[in-house]
Design a protein around this ligand. Structure first.
Ligand SMILES: Cc1cc2nc3c(=O)[nH]c(=O)nc-3n(C[C@H](O)[C@H](O)[C@H](O)COP(=O)(O)OP(=O)(O)OC[C@H]3O[C@@H](n4cnc5c(N)ncnc54)[C@H](O)[C@@H]3O)c2cc1C
Length: 541
């Protein structure tokens, strides 16, 4: 078997792996960066790229100071008391430092999103803006011939907008008011935004330092040596080789959302709609487990509702699931189950609003709320975009539509009496802008994703004018949260609570420190950048 020797072997090229690589490179370590897929960037490259970094220097410069006790209280509460409280101070103190390093090393500056609310801003210590950071646009021409290495964002990569711009244009509530020509031109010119911009910059810096990610190289099994982890067996080009690691192996690779068996064992629902690229199959979890790692947060994911356009695929091997972030928050749209009943606050943050999709009917042993449908009407269509339907164009056949709610119910199998009744109830709520059933619109977060120009309330509007549409909507996830427990140096801890020598984990490969919660926009990439950086500092420092 071929053997190669390094200081550090890093698996995965998302935010976690790239952060580890950048930091280790700066510390002078000899590193191997292996990536299972054919592209650099993972889920990070198709993401909004926002980083939730409370206490960051941009926020402070804008006058948004943090109170540590309140911030800790928020993190504890939002994690539903299942977070790793021993690491909250690490997040508060060390992520801002990691962000500064990243900015200096990759030569850019984040912008604070001063109006982007935390995901539960009304909880103690929650805020209505300032903690989330936005990426500037990035010109992929800077990568030269290596440009094709960067994973493409299939959902909105053709419309490169910073999150700040998207907010200013009101991209969801004013979709016909965007300067499309200019934005499309950016896309044609090779400009990218969000997570692709973040990864593009990191990749450029690494390539300049002579570090080239090894694509199509999957870390599969740990090599044990001297009472610890001394390397990793990698499948590359049809062969297995051993990459020895003098100082450590960083598992910055995968959650397990694309492994049906692991999902069936640990998650509360059948995972049919992961939003990540289809390479996150639990390799990191299996490797960590095989050497006695303690696990945490195994039954949680970064939950997000998903919709699909038939025929769309990722890497030609899996269907593309699109996160549904907007339709459900806008006026003239609700979500119902097959009985025609609403069952969640549609406009709540995606992590929390998805959980009622899991409710079980305990007498029938079947999901109470599935299948579920996004229902909207002609008024919606006049103002906004309904996935692939918009005004002045025929509604695509894959979106069931009809001229009456009864006919729509017949087409979709929704109970007609329930649907008609529920829509009448919703219309009553819409007239007064209040939802006594689920509290829609009661949080600053709900309103942030609504339409500020809606006559009664940003999240309310009646469903009363044909055509009526019903789009299937599914419980999905950006990635899983379960994995090995880590300490403040990102060292993987054993079931006895001791660090396993030579083994680190970061990002969605680690057991999340946020338990059942999602504190704010960017908390998953924040965790990935932080623990990737800490792993490199401990191993290579
Ligand atoms: C549409 C969308 C928008 C999002 N927006 C945001 C946002 O704005 N802010 C935010 O914080 N989060 C966001 N997320 C979630 C976020 O993108 C991910 O949770 C985060 O990027 C995970 O980073 P990571 O480095 O842990 O993993 P990934 O970015 O998924 O990278 C893991 C990499 O490891 C590779 N890999 C897998 N197995 C192996 C192996 N055995 N060996 C080697 N390599 C392997 C994978 O191919 C992948 O490239 C979004 C997600 C989606 C889908």
């Amino acid at each position: 078997m071929k053997i190669e020797e390094f200081d550090l072997v890093i698996a995965g090229t998302g935010a976690a792996g790239m952060s580890a690589a950048l930091r280790a490179e700066a510390l002078g370590a000899k590193i191997a960066l292996v990536e299972k897929s054919a592209y650099v960037g993972g889920t990070t490259a198709i993401s909004g790229g926002v980083v939730w970094a409370p206490n960051n220097h941009h926020q402070r410069a804008a006058g948004h100071e943090e109170d540590r006790d309140l911030l800790r209280a928020y993190m504890k509460r939002v994690s539903q008391d299942r977070g790793d409280e021993s690491l909250f101070d690490t997040y508060i103190d060390e992520l801002p430092r990691a962000i500064r390093f990243l900015e200096e090393r990759a030569e850019f500056e984040f912008t604070p999103l001063l109006d982007y609310p935390d995901y539960q801003p009304e909880l103690i210590g929650g805020r209505e803006g300032g903690r989330s950071l936005d990426n500037p646009l990035y010109d992929t021409k800077r990568l030269g011939v290596d440009r094709p290495l960067l994973r493409r964002n299939l959902v909105n990569g053709a419309l490169p907008l910073t999150i700040g711009e998207a907010m200013a244009y009101r991209v969801f509530s004013n979709p016909f008011g965007l300067p499309y020509q200019e934005i499309v031109q950016r896309g044609k010119d090779g400009i990218v935004h969000g997570g692709a911009a973040l990864i593009g910059r990191m990749l450029e810096r690494l390539l300049r330092a002579g570090i080239r990610p090894r694509l199509g190289a999957a870390a599969k099994r740990l090599h044990l040596e001297d009472g610890g982890v001394g390397g990793v067996y990698v499948e590359e080009g049809g062969e297995t080789l051993l990459l020895k690691a003098r100082r450590g192996v960083v598992l910055a690779s995968d959650g397990f959302e694309w492994d049906p068996e692991l999902c069936a064992q640990f998650l509360p629902i059948e995972m049919k709609h992961p939003l990540s690229p289809p390479h996150n199959t639990g390799d990191a979890l299996r490797m960590a487990h095989s050497v006695g790692a303690a696990l945490r947060t195994m039954n949680e994911a970064w939950w997000t509702p998903a919709v699909q356009i038939p025929g769309e695929t990722v890497d030609d091997i899996a269907p593309l699931h699109r996160g549904e972030f907007s339709i459900r928050c806008l006026p003239h749209a609700i979500i119902v189950n097959r009985r025609g009943r609403r069952f969640t606050n549609e406009a709540r943050n995606y992590n929390d609003m998805t959980k009622p999709f899991f409710d079980q009917d305990s007498s029938r042993h079947e999901p109470r709320n599935l299948p579920a449908f996004l229902i909207a009407d002609g008024q919606y269509l006049e103002r906004y975009i309904f996935l692939a339907a918009s005004r002045g164009r025929p509604i695509p056949e894959f979106i069931p539509h009809a001229d009456s709610l009864e006919a729509l119910a017949e087409k979709t199998g929704i109970d007609p009496t329930g649907l008609v009744d529920e829509v009448a109830r919703w219309n009553e709520f819409s007239a007064r802008g209040e939802d006594p059933d689920f509290g829609r619109g009661s949080s600053a977060f709900d309103r942030f994703y609504g339409d500020p120009e809606a006559p009664v309330h940003p999240n309310f509007g009646p469903i009363s004018r044909p055509p009526f549409m019903a789009l299937p909507i599914h419980p999905g996830a950006m990635g899983t949260k379960g994995g090995p427990r880590v300490d403040r140096h990102a060292r993987v801890l054993s079931v006895e609570g001791e660090p396993i020598k030579g083994l680190y984990a970061a990002g969605n490969a680690q057991g999340s420190i946020f338990g059942a919660g999602y504190p704010g926009a960017g908390a998953t990439i924040g965790q990935a950048i932080l623990f990737g950086t800490l792993a490199a500092e401990h191993a290579a420092g």
